[in-house]
Structure formats: structure tokens, C-alpha cells
Design a protein around this ligand. Structure first.
Ligand SMILES: C[S@@+](CC[C@H](N)C(=O)[O-])C[C@H]1O[C@@H](n2cnc3c(N)ncnc32)[C@H](O)[C@@H]1O
Length: 122
């Protein structure tokens, strides 16, 4: 057994190769959020965001920590001209509508513990 710091253990549990956030099922495989898992909830939230974007003159909506893009897919369905970008630690979900841009969070690539008391970054 290799001992590691509490920080590193948490980091690996979430972001490591088999980390929670990297599971194929995504958050929806474990719990419901306002964006998914509640019938009609995602569409309701998407509608509110579209109204807010229109009132604010926003032309792009960026969802950071987008899960598997569930909310953005709802937005795309009701506001096809709004530019949409999802950001998460996983690659682009295969079923995401083509009009939605997707970025892999830099944190996914670099968020290794860098504290001198933790392991050396791999
Ligand atoms: C509680 S889930 C919420 C997902 C989605 N926004 C929803 O409401 O259903 C948190 C999301 O944040 C993502 N996440 C965690 N750390 C991140 C980081 N450093 N950069 C980008 N996304 C991150 C996770 O992968 C996960 O999909």
C-alpha cells in the first residue's frame, strides 16, 4: 500500500484515471441535478437561461462543469442560434448535438497536486 496525502487521495478519487468525474455514465449515473434527472427540469432551466441571455444581449453560453452536456442540449433545442460551449474534464460526449462546442477542461490535464508535501506531479 502506498500512502498518499489526503489532498492527493481526494484528487485521485475525483480526477484520476478511474476517478469519479471520468465515469462514462457521468453525474447522471449517480444523482439528479437541475439540468438532468428531473422530468422537465432541464428544459425549464434552459428556458430561463435563454430568456436571461436574450435580455442581457449574450450570444454565447458557456457551461463549465457541463456533465455530459445535458443542459446545453436542452438550450440548443429551444435556441438554435445561441452559441453554446460545454467544458468538463471528459471528452466531448458522443450524443451531443453538433452545434455545441466542447472543451476539455485544462484542469483535467494539469490538476495534479503540486504542493511540495504531496507527490511530484506525474
Ligand atoms: C455535480 S456535476 C454537475 C453537472 C451538470 N452541470 C449538471 O448540473 O448536471 C459537476 C461536474 O463538474 C465537472 N468538473 C469537476 N471539476 C471540473 C473542472 N476542474 N473543470 C471542469 N469541469 C469539472 C465534473 O466532471 C461534473 O461533470
Amino acid at each position: 500500500m502506498v500512502w498518499q496525502s489526503w489532498q492527493a487521495a481526494w484528487h485521485n478519487a475525483l480526477y484520476g484515471p478511474d476517478g469519479f468525474y471520468r465515469q462514462t455514465s457521468g453525474p447522471a449515473g449517480h444523482f439528479a441535478t437541475s439540468a438532468q434527472g428531473i422530468p422537465g427540469g432541464g428544459r425549464l432551466l434552459a428556458g430561463a437561461l435563454v430568456i436571461l441571455a436574450e435580455r442581457s444581449g449574450c450570444t454565447r453560453l458557456v457551461d463549465v462543469g457541463a456533465g455530459r452536456g445535458e443542459l446545453l442540449a436542452e438550450v440548443a433545442a429551444i435556441a438554435p442560434t445561441l452559441q453554446l460551449t460545454g467544458v468538463d474534464v471528459v471528452g466531448r460526449p458522443g450524443d451531443l448535438p453538433g452545434s455545441i462546442d466542447w472543451l476539455v477542461s485544462p484542469a483535467a490535464l494539469t490538476c495534479r497536486p503540486r504542493c511540495a508535501t504531496c507527490e511530484t506531479p506525474s
